[in-house]
Design a protein around this ligand. Structure first.
Ligand code: SAH
Length: 228
C-alpha cells in the first residue's frame, strides 16, 4: 500500500510516521508513506498556500491551485483508490471503514488547516471525507495520523501474530477483554486466577464473557447491534 499525505505543516506528521508500528511497516516494505509539503506547490515565492475567505469572516482558507497541482502530479504517477479529505463534517471513522481502506492500494490524504480548504476541491477532487470525531482540530494532520495508524495496523503482516488486530476492540463487534501481565500479585492486587490456570479453553471462555459484559455495560449501542 502507498499513502501520500498532503499537508501545509508536514513537521506535525514526522513523529507519528517514524516510530513504532508505522515505522516498522515501512521498514518491512509493506507500506510506503510519503508526506508532501503543500508549500512546495505554493502560488508565489513567499510560499503562500492560503488566502482570505470570500464573503469575509475570520480565518484563512487553503487555496485551490497548490492542492490541485500536488494531487495532479501524484495522479500522473499512479492511480489512486481514494482521495481523502480529513474534515469534521465527514463520515466519522470507525473500524469497518479502517478495514475497508486497509484493503486498498493507493491513497491520498489531504489535510486541511485554518478555516479549511476551498470547497471546490471537495466538489471536484475529493472522493471521501473522514472525520475522527465530533470536535474541531487546528489541522488535519493529527486526524491523518490517526487514520493512517488505524488503517496500516490492519494490513496483513504489519502486526505480529501475538498482537493480532483480530483480537482488538470493535473487530468482532465487541470491546476487548481486560489484559494483565506480571507480576501476578502486586501488593495484593491479584490477576484473575483463571488466567494463570493454563486451561486455554476456559481462559478463552472467560475472555469472551468479559468482552460481552464490557460491551453490554460500556457500549450498549454496540451490544444492541450485535444482537440483530
Ligand atoms: N471550519 C471548519 C474546521 C476547520 S479546522 C469547520 O468548522 O468545519 C481545520 C482543519 O482541521 C480542517 O480543514 C480539517 O482538515 C481538520 N480537522 C479539524 N477537525 C477535524 C476532525 N474532527 N476530523 C478530521 N479532520 C479535522
Amino acid at each position: 500500500m502507498r499513502i501520500d499525505v498532503i499537508s501545509c505543516v508536514p513537521a506535525l506528521l514526522e513523529s507519528p510516521f517514524n516510530h513504532s508500528i508505522l515505522k516498522r511497516s515501512q521498514q518491512k516494505g509493506i507500506v510506503e508513506i510519503v508526506v508532501h509539503d503543500l508549500r512546495d506547490y505554493s502560488i508565489n515565492k513567499q510560499r503562500q498556500v492560503d488566502d482570505y475567505a470570500f464573503g469575509g469572516g475570520a480565518g484563512m482558507v487553503l487555496r485551490i491551485e497548490p492542492i490541485v497541482q500536488c494531487i495532479r502530479k501524484l495522479q500522473s504517477e499512479r492511480n489512486y483508490d481514494e482521495i481523502i479529505y480529513t474534515s469534521p463534517d465527514g463520515k466519522t471513522l470507525d473500524q469497518s471503514e479502517a478495514n475497508r481502506l486497509s484493503l486498498l492500494g493507493n491513497l491520498i490524504i489531504l489535510c486541511g488547516h485554518y478555516k479549511g480548504i476551498d470547497e471546490r476541491v471537495r466538489e471536484h477532487l475529493i472522493t471521501k471525507e473522514i472525520s475522527i470525531g465530533d470536535y474541531v482540530l487546528s489541522g488535519g494532520e493529527l486526524a491523518a495520523a490517526v487514520l493512517v495508524d488505524a488503517v496500516v495496523r490492519l494490513i496483513p503482516q504489519v502486526l505480529s501474530d501475538e498482537s493480532s488486530a483480530l483480537t482488538d476492540s470493535f473487530q468482532d463487534g465487541l470491546l476487548a477483554p481486560p489484559v494483565y501481565t506480571r507480576p501476578a500479585d502486586f501488593e495484593g492486587w491479584q490477576v484473575p486466577e483463571i488466567l494463570l490456570s493454563g486451561h486455554q479453553a476456559k481462559i478463552e471462555e472467560w475472555q469472551l464473557q468479559q468482552a460481552i459484559s464490557r460491551t453490554q455495560t460500556r457500549r450498549p449501542d454496540m451490544w444492541e447491534k450485535l444482537k440483530h
